[in-house]
Design a protein around this ligand. Structure first.
Ligand code: ATP
Length: 568
């Protein structure tokens, strides 16, 4: 397929707001392309070159694109800048400047973009500019428009992985009937391009027996909430496992061989690679005596002087790059493994949890103190559950996770096979709520200095974000300043199309979908003004959830469940 043909689909996608129509257009595109093209097309329509966890990016900043345009279209850089001010979008700038009628194949465009992403070392910035300019000058205006948007990672097509899964089903059956099965395969092997290729090559047979592959993340299992120990025993099982809930970083550990070498990869809750962030963990993980494995676990900072776990905020300090080496000495990480999903070439996803746990206990962890297996108590008694929760909280842990004894590993799902019980479950709303920051109001009075005076947050309902609270209190001075700093970089002039907000709540500035905050509320109430239909009473900001993206904010369905739970 030529890129100009792909671009005409992209143009149709950009002009369509209806999700059903988007699904059909994408499925037409999928039908037309070949099995060698479909993975590349899938990444490109998502504004990427590869799944996020591979961390493959072009590394061309918006400002660098001005130099690219200047070179490609032989124009003064000042003129390009002026044009960008008027158009406000790199794609529109390219569309108005490109004049060529030339065309390249989709594969060629993809390979050239990949080559740009790989340029590294001294002088690589300049080389990237030259290569990108050459690429743009070989493309017609419409193709140049979409290729120019890839450096900033957004094609403005307004859909997510989930729409891609629908479209793959549409490609096969003209309806969404295969979506669930396709999503199950994606949960097990989270490379959407790979799933598309397998389906294009062999239909549903291509993914029928899909198994995890070390090196490709599995979508993590998540917890439900329940209001009491009694309810837990009723719903999870007469006898359950109780484990501490460690408040650190979700870490999916992959060990595998590549070209005769042992490799380790660590993935976060939202499937980004965190391998480079934890060199001290990688070192000990390499000593685990397995040929290949995928473990699920949590990494948490530990203060050896006081024999205490660190609160999440302090653990996260390690993330700030410069501190990594020193933090590794002062506050070493502990890795608690609580599940094993794949071992020495075999998938364990379908194996009951009790058996997976036995496999986990038999693994030779290499005699290190850094890695431990999560503590676990088997009980059928509500008082024991309550006592354990109290004990864990007093140790500085976040609460407990109560697990169903014989459940398979539920990749990519929340369910009653795992139930979390935190301090907040005891009183008021059973859990904190992860919200997306939709907009901010500038500070008045005392808060002028902080920049932000209030902010609007929302929860997720399918592909939209519905407002649920306007927060004007409950933040420390430091948190207000941080909110200002973070939102300034994300301000946009027009309301993002995925936001649903009542006119009367329009903030001073909109914030593009990116920043996720964890909010604790005293109560969830019905609301005529918030589009979620529910609102949060006395909201407080607990933390900025850097490890979560917009697709992981609390859903309307979850919020409704939390609302119902208050009445129990
Ligand atoms: P939260 O906001 O409570 O951290 P979440 O939305 O990130 O929740 P949940 O499914 O609600 O995810 O809670 C599960 C999280 O708890 C896991 O992502 C994992 O990081 C953490 N966790 C800590 N200890 C355990 C454990 N023993 N078993 C399972 N998960 C655990």
């Amino acid at each position: 397929m030529q890129f100009s043909e792909a671009s005409s689909y992209l143009e149709r996608l950009e002009k369509t707001a209806s999700r059903n129509q988007i699904t059909e257009i994408l499925s037409d595109l999928y039908k037309k392309c070949s099995k060698e093209e479909i993975d590349k097309i899938t990444y490109l329509v998502l504004g990427q070159l590869a799944p996020n966890y591979k961390g493959i990016v072009l590394n061309i900043a918006e400002k660098m694109m001005f130099r690219v345009f200047s070179k490609a279209y032989k124009m003064e850089i000042g003129e390009v800048r002026k044009l960008f001010k008027v158009k406000g979008d790199l794609g529109e700038v390219a569309l108005s400047l490109a004049k060529s009628k030339k065309d390249l194949s989709v594969v060629e465009v993809y390979e050239r973009l990949m080559a740009i992403s790989e340029a590294g070392g001294a002088g690589s910035q300049e080389r990237k500019v030259v290569l990108m300019a050459e690429l743009l000058s070989s493309l017609n205006p419409l193709s140049a428009k979409y290729v120019s948007r890839i450096p900033v990672g957004r094609l403005r097509l307004g859909f997510s992985d989930m729409t891609i899964l629908d479209s793959l089903s549409f490609m096969l059956t003209k309806d969404k009937s295969k979506r669930k099965e396709i999503e199950n395969a994606f949960n097990v092997s989270c490379d959407i391009g790979r799933i598309a290729s397998l389906i294009k090559a062999k239909g549903m047979n291509g993914i029928k027996d899909i198994t995890p592959q070390a090196g490709i993340p599995i979508r993590p299992s998540l917890c439900e909430r329940l209001p009491s120990a009694e309810k837990i025993l009723e719903k999870v099982g007469k006898t359950v496992y109780v484990e501490p809930k460690y408040d650190g970083f979700r870490s999916q550990i992959h060990i595998y061989e590549e070209e005769g070498k042992k490799k380790v990869a660590i993935f976060s809750r939202n499937l980004e690679s965190t391998t480079a962030m934890f060199p001290d963990l990688v070192e000990v993980i390499e000593k685990i005596k397995v040929k290949s494995a995928i473990f699920d676990g949590e990494a948490i900072g530990y203060d050896p002087k006081n024999d205490k776990f660190l609160p999440f905020q302090e653990t996260i300090q390690r993330k700030r790059k410069h501190g990594i080496e020193k933090a590794a000495v002062d506050f070493p990480l502990r890795l608690f493994l609580f599940d094993v999903l794949f071992l020495n070439g075999k998938s364990l996803l379908e194996v009951p949890f009790s058996e997976r746990r036995s496999f986990l206990e038999k693994v030779d962890l290499g005699g290190t103190k850094t890695i431990e297996i999560a503590r676990q108590v088997k009980t059928d008694n509500a008082d024991t559950i309550r006592d354990l929760i109290k004990k864990y909280l007093s140790e500085g842990l976040e609460g407990a996770v109560i697990k169903k004894i014989d459940a398979p590993y539920k990749a990519g799902g929340r369910g009653y096979h795992w139930v979390k019980y935190k301090k907040t479950t005891v009183k008021g709303v059973a859990d904190t709520i992860d919200c997306l920051v939709l907009g901010v109001n500038k500070g008045k009075g005392k808060r002028t200095g902080f920049g932000v005076g209030a902010f609007l947050v929302g929860i997720k309902d399918k592909d939209t974000f519905k407002s649920v609270s306007k927060i004007g209190t409950g933040l420390s001075d430091e948190q207000w300043r941080e909110l200002d700093r973070r939102t300034r970089a994300l301000e946009v002039k027009v309301k993002p199309t995925s936001y649903e907000v009542d006119k009367n709540l329009t903030p001073d500035v909109w914030v593009k979908p990116s920043l996720v905050v964890e909010i604790l509320a005293d109560e969830i109430t019905r609301s005529p003004i918030h589009k979620a239909g529910l609102a949060l009473r006395f909201p407080r900001l607990i933390k900025f959830r850097d490890e979560k993206g917009p697709s992981e904010v609390t859903t309307l369905e979850e919020l409704q469940k939390l609302y119902q739970m208050q009445k129990v």
